[in-house]
Design a protein around this ligand. Sequence first.
Ligand SMILES: [Zn+2]
Length: 125
Amino acid sequence: MYNKKGFSLVEIMITVTVVLMLAAIALPTMVTHINRARGRACLMNLKEIDNAKSLYALDNNLAPGAPCSMNDLVPLYMQRDPICTAGGVYAPENVDAASGPTCSAGGHGSLQNGLAVPPRWTALR
Ligand SMILES: [Zn+2]
């Protein structure tokens, strides 16, 4: 006698196919948003470094173009070394540099004249 409990093979295959199709649609979008969030976190770190660099220059009465390193900023002007989500290394650049601090990992946006330029705007240029 035929037992009608459970699912047939065709029902299971259709369900798995639908789930895989939904995952194929959602995964690229998720990866894009994760990368965008990481880029913005890095951009906020760059902004924090830029602010700390300004305070350092004001406190020490430094002329534009004076050298600045992360050792000058941490721990007096920043609580800790900022950590890039992509493993990049931050370089504060010189005091009053128009390009602002940089991250060695690419595609994380930048600071131009103290204003944050998100990665997607940078990519369009
Ligand atoms: Zn970065």
